[in-house]
Design a protein around this ligand. Structure first.
Ligand code: GAP
Length: 455
């Protein structure tokens, strides 16, 4: 994880928030490469959930919601972590994350000092809205995006004539006052979620739940993730959230071990039932195709962390390998210090997720090669995210693109001026082929379509 964190900073994927002031715990900034990666992951999910499903529509609800929302959702009462503090070193721990012995003996795992009794700590960020700071003005930052969907479910049924079963998808920020925020962007106070709520007739929920488990598993397969790094974990009775009838996590094998990546939850009638009770509004669905039968829909939820997916994709793509280089060729992988063998760090992103798809590199700045390379970039940039680099030895430039996860490099050399061909270099295999520049765009399209990770 240290290597990934340092690469992420060095190459502009992720920076610590407010670093010049010593950093803000639990918050991170996405740099030029990071924001591209995050957007591509979000777009892949959005396409999968909306474009590829005729009965799922999108929503972008506000972060600030009426405070009654969170009473109805059960978050005011139940969204808590058990906390203990050390009276001596003042460190705060999640009680479920320290050993049973330490907890029973009330002994601090860090300094041996005395621990306080366990108390409940609500994870919602609370603030005030308007000019006064009294209880009437209390408002929360949403701890999950799901509730924005539930309170809009009737609007969407009416405005878009949705018929059950149907889904509503949303990507957005969520906030939790997490006590433990280690492991880079894994668990943070400000993060993004990609959630889809699927509304079904009670009684069909279990079948739909299993169907969505299958779909979410194949989504990661399609994304090209190492499938032996994924597994299912079913929540036991002690782990189930207050709203859940059944829940499975998709876990990923992160550097610190198996951890939750996404949850698939059967929330049954809990949410709409509670909103109906707290708002006094009728949340029943009227089935016009079935004698106007009325019922409160059950909900199957798929809930993935977008920022956690960024970390997963970074970990999944990260590789180091020893490569042999050929010092004699102009466009070789040779290193500046001229050693025959070399280590490279490479991010093996799927081309659809890579922040830069193709980098254009003139072998020399002079003799019109830079201009020719710029022309090629101008032609490609309409369809592909491009980068241009003319600084330093070509081998070093390839390494820089490997570290950024760029799947293709195009090198423009003297031969290009003569016969109009360029070198297309593949990140994963480091193979190089000559391609007429007029065929580059089509060749890239084909390579992306048929991409298979080799390692
Ligand atoms: N609406 C259901 C819900 O929010 P959750 O299991 O609490 O369920 C869903 O969260 C997903 O959101 C998790 O699987 C994880 O990917 C992401 N997530 C939750 N808390 C997070 C945090 N503090 N930092 C980053 N991602 C988080």
């Amino acid at each position: 994880m240290e290597k990934i964190t340092s690469l992420a900073k060095r190459r502009g994927f992720v920076f610590q928030s407010s670093e010049i002031y010593g950093g803000q715990n639990g918050a991170w900034d996405y740099g030029p490469l990071g924001v591209e990666l995050k957007n591509r992951i979000a777009n892949a999910w959005w396409k999968e959930m909306t474009q590829l499903h005729d009965n799922i529509v999108g929503l972008d609800a506000a972060i600030l919601m009426h405070p009654r929302t969170w009473e109805a959702s059960g978050h005011v009462e139940n969204f808590t972590d058990p906390l203990v503090d050390c009276k001596k070193c003042k460190t705060r721990f999640r009680a479920d994350m320290i050993s049973e012995e330490n907890l029973a003996e009330k002994k601090c795992p860090d300094c041996g000092g005395e621990l306080t009794d366990t108390r409940k700590f609500n994870l919602m960020f609370k603030t005030n809205i308007g000019p006064t700071e009294d209880t009437a003005s209390v408002i929360y930052l949403r701890p999950e995006t799901a509730q924005g969907i539930y309170v809009n479910y009737k609007n969407i049924v009416q405005s878009n004539r949705m018929k059950i079963p149907f889904g509503i998808a949303q990507i957005g920020k969520a906030f939790r006052n997490e006590i433990v925020t280690k492991n880079f962007i894994f668990r943070t106070c400000e993060f993004e979620q990609m959630e889809m709520q699927y509304f079904v007739k009670p009684g069909t929920d279990e079948e739909t739940f299993n169907e969505w488990r299958k779909q979410r598993w194949s989504y990661y397969e399609k994304l090209g993730v190492k499938m032996d790094h994924l597994r299912w974990h079913q929540h036991g009775p002690d782990e189930l959230a207050h709203y859940a009838k059944d829940a499975y996590d998709i876990q990923y094998l992160f550097p610190m071990g198996w951890r939750e990546l996404e949850g698939v939850h059967n929330r049954a009638g809990y949410d709409l039932g509670r909103h109906s009770q707290f708002s006094g509004k009728d949340m029943q669905y009227i089935d016009q195709d079935n004698n106007n039968e009325r019922y409160i829909p059950y909900i199957i939820e798929t809930s993935a962390g977008l920022t956690r997916n960024v970390l997963m994709i970074l970990c999944d793509a990260y590789d180091e390998e020893q490569v042999a280089s050929d010092k004699n060729s102009d466009s070789s992988e040779g290193t500046a210090n001229g050693t025959a063998d070399d280590w490279r760090t490479v991010l093996r992103f799927h081309p659809n997720l890579a922040p830069v798809t193709v980098a254009i590199l003139p072998l020399m700045k002079k003799d019109g090669l830079a201009e020719l390379a710029q022309d090629i970039r101008a032609e490609l940039k309409e369809d592909y995210a491009t980068d241009y680099d003319q600084a330093g030895a070509i081998g070093r430039r390839y390494r820089r693109q490997d570290e950024a996860g760029t799947p293709f490099c195009v090198t423009v050399d003297y031969q290009s001026k003569e016969d109009g061909t360029v070198t297309l270099r593949f990140r994963d295999s480091m193979e190089q082929v000559r391609v007429p520049k007029t065929e580059l765009a089509a060749r890239l399209k084909q390579e992306i379509k048929t991409y298979k990770r080799i390692k």
